[in-house]
Design a protein around this ligand. Structure first.
Ligand code: AMP
Length: 305
């Protein structure tokens, strides 16, 4: 089964204490789509300008990402630039140029409207709602969000929440949304705002998953070398959504979601090993499989017979 992914497609300039890369492929939908494509076909929705490299469309095709929902319009592609502090944890946004993103109104091609799995990657909640309104009968809807929307468009976000099966957000956003310092309480409170499940990402400390009756916590893969954390959250969301879609029509229970959280974490851990999507571009299925097994071994606390 396919997953429909809508979000930003950007040209990013990213600076870390040791490297800087200019105008490289980025954006929430770019990371999410490639992350998902390791498990299922993807229907991609977004907007780019006429300066956007044609080669990326070829790359998407090679990964079974249908880009017929990506509008290419006159003007410049969305630009984002960020700089990381020495710990690679704190990031400052240096500049944002919305460009063609400013007037973006996602219109889904007809053959996208029956897609069963939907990932509303990070964009304004009003656009996420607009996409959802065009879907016929989605089976499982996931959304990601960010501090900007919690702060500036809370009403739209609140309207979106009851329509979600799973909301993904990071620890600081969960605290911001609830005003609660306890992540456990925050996760539970956000669930009561509408989504059936809530996943809270904690960066290098792993992730939490909250369900109606269940709770799951996992660590992150212990990486020694991180080169560029940009897009880790988007890749996590994409890997998780793609894995669910790739499992086909069976029941989506908590056990499946736990595995999906691990696959999302595996994909995110690869993504931060290089700038932009460079690591994902050369990632092999066996590497994903091996790292998944590592997660399994690492989370085992009783000695196996
Ligand atoms: P993350 O590291 O998961 O926060 O995602 C970083 C990506 O989000 C970058 O590739 C940016 O292009 C993209 N991005 C930054 N600001 C926005 C925004 N306001 N709306 C949508 N995408 C954004």
């Amino acid at each position: 089964m396919s997953v429909l992914i809508v979000g930003s497609i950007a040209l990013d300039t990213v600076k870390t204490p040791v490297e800087e890369h200019t105008d490289q492929l980025g954006g929430s939908a770019s990371y999410a789509a490639v992350g998902a494509s390791f498990f299922s076909p993807v229907n991609l929705v977004g907007v780019v300008g006429d300066d956007f490299p044609r080669s990326e469309f070829d790359f998407w095709k090679s990964r079974h990402i249908d880009s017929s929902g990506v509008q290419q319009v006159a003007g410049k592609t969305f630009r984002w630039s960020g700089e990381y502090a020495w710990d690679l944890n704190t990031r400052e946004t240096k500049s944002i140029a919305l460009n063609v993103f400013e007037n973006f109104k996602p219109e889904l091609p007809d053959h996208f409207r029956d897609t069963e799995f939907v990932l509303l990657a990070n964009i304004a909640p009003s656009l996420q709602l607009h996409v959802l309104s065009q879907m016929r009968r989605p089976r499982f809807v996931i959304a990601d969000t960010m501090d900007l929307w919690i702060e500036t468009t809370r009403r739209d976000l609140d309207a979106l929440l009851p329509r979600l099966d799973l909301l993904i957000l990071n620890d600081s956003e969960a605290r911001q949304m609830t005003g609660d310092t306890s992540l456990i309480r925050a996760g539970r409170v956000i669930r009561r705002m509408g989504p059936r499940y809530v996943a809270v990402k904690k960066g290098e400390h792993g992730a939490l998953l909250f369900g109606p009756d269940d709770f799951f916590s996992c660590g992150a893969y212990p990486l020694e070398d991180i080169h560029d954390p940009t897009g880790a959250g988007d890749t996590f969301a994409g890997g998780l959504a793609g894995y669910l879609a790739g499992q086909g029509g069976g029941e989506i229970d908590f056990a499946l979601l736990r595995r999906a959280v691990i696959y999302g974490s595996v994909l995110a851990s690869f993504n931060v090993e290089a700038f932009s999507l460079d690591r994902l571009r050369r990632l092999a299925d066996e590497e994903i499989h091996d790292r998944y097994q590592m997660f399994r071994v690492m989370s085992q606390f009783e000695v196996l017979p």
